[in-house]
Design a protein around this ligand. Structure first.
Ligand SMILES: Cc1cc2nc3c(=O)[nH]c(=O)nc-3n(C[C@H](O)[C@H](O)[C@H](O)COP(=O)(O)OP(=O)(O)OC[C@H]3O[C@@H](n4cnc5c(N)ncnc54)[C@H](O)[C@@H]3O)c2cc1C
Length: 343
């Protein structure tokens, strides 16, 4: 079924709560609707496929068509069947990621429990390769059913073809922008316990719980996240606003000299580069908890910019973003890159 609405408010369709509109919204429930929808677009018309709107910043009213997958169904084959191995999950791309995680945990399946509490759809998660507490969804994706708008056909892309990396997938490559519409996601989870406890303070939160179930892990993750991140139901944000900068050896050396010591958080990566937490840079530049009109830097996690009053405009968020980028650049000679997609 296809639903078409002109001049639609996007306020409830983006977790930042930006009060903007799109010229047209087209919602659909079946993968078979896509060819018809693409024919409904005028030549050269701007369009964007939205998921749960949890990693985007609308910078203005959208002068084009927003596509939305309204299919929320998923099926979990915890014991498998003659075709699918145990732990197989099929989900419409529009299914809420956290609903899938909760149900998989309830069925005793491991593999995505540490992603609990991440907002958005499973389609958006497959594009962004969401990750938290040592898990990334890309590691559990067996295959995706997509519509290829260049070849005008449905096709299957295997998980290993998606080029998953840190918050990266082939779908984020500039040449693939707007090419693939993810229709459904197939995950491969496992009944074999494999808890990942060595991230954040999960081990402490879990305590002596034994035997540990995926739902116990899920609850520990949700509790841990609650202490750090704004609840999207109460405070608008898009999660981590900036990417963590990665420096090569020379840049890292210059950075260390600039800071005056190497007593700062950093992670040496296998390729000889160094990742510096953007949150640390922003905090040291004095932005943690800073209020700028209706926009603010979250007081518990400076990587998160928030719509603190619920009335922030895109330009208020953009102004704060640019002030932070300029100030971190001036203090550390590092240019922060936004992780949030600007539309
Ligand atoms: C409070 C909060 C906490 C967060 N915590 C985390 C975290 O811990 N880890 C993490 O990785 N992220 C986190 N995020 C970011 C965000 O939740 C994820 O990036 C999420 O996967 C985005 O999914 P979405 O459905 O909302 O996609 P959207 O934000 O709507 O879109 C993201 C991208 O996916 C594309 N897309 C969406 N659906 C489809 C589709 N069906 N076909 C083709 N393209 C599609 C869009 O075009 C866009 O390019 C957080 C966000 C918030 C607000």
């Amino acid at each position: 079924m296809i639903t078409e609405i002109e001049n639609y408010s996007l306020k409830k369709l983006n977790t930042f709560g930006m009060d903007v509109t799109c010229r047209r919204l087209i919602g659909y429930t079946s993968p078979q609707d896509i060819p018809k929808i693409l024919r409904m677009l005028k030549p050269g018309e701007k369009w964007f496929h939205l998921g749960g709107g949890s990693n985007v910043l609308f910078t203005d009213n959208y002068d084009g068509t927003i596509l939305l997958n309204l299919g929320h169904n998923f099926t979990i084959y915890e014991s498998g069947n003659s075709i699918y191995p145990p732990g197989t999950v099929f989900a419409d791309a529009g299914a809420v990621l956290d609903d899938v995680i909760a149900a998989a945990c309830e069925k005793g399946l491991w593999g995505i429990e540490n992603l609990s509490g991440i907002p958005g759809t499973i389609g958006g998660a497959a594009v962004q390769n969401v990750g938290a507490y040592g898990q990334e969804i890309g590691n559990s994706i067996i295959q995706l059913l997509v519509y290829d708008t260049v070849e005008s056909c449905q096709c299957i892309i295997m998980g290993e073809e998606c080029d998953y990396g840190y918050r990266h997938s082939m779908f984020k490559e500039p040449e693939n922008e707007g090419r693939y519409i993810i229709l459904s996601v197939m995950l491969g989870l496992s009944a074999e316990p494999r808890p990942l406890l060595d991230y954040g303070n999960l081990r402490t939160v879990v305590g002596n719980t034994s035997p540990l179930s995926p739902t116990d892990m899920r609850n520990a993750v949700i509790e841990t996240r609650r202490g750090k991140l704004p609840d999207p139901a109460e405070t608008g944000s898009a999660g981590s606003f900036f990417k963590n900068p990665v420096l090569n050896a020379d840049e890292f050396d210059r950075f260390t000299k600039r800071v005056g010591n190497n007593d700062f958080p950093h992670y040496a990566l296998a390729d000889g580069t160094f990742k510096i937490p953007a949150a640390w840079l922003i905090e040291k530049a004095g932005w943690k908890g800073h209020n700028d009109g209706n926009a603010a830097v979250w007081h518990k996690q400076p990587l998160v910019l928030v719509n603190s009053t619920g009335h922030a405009t895109p330009s208020e968020i953009l102004t704060l973003e640019h002030k932070i980028i300029d100030s971190v650049k001036e203090k550390f000679a590092i240019e922060l890159i936004p992780e949030v997609i600007h539309i």
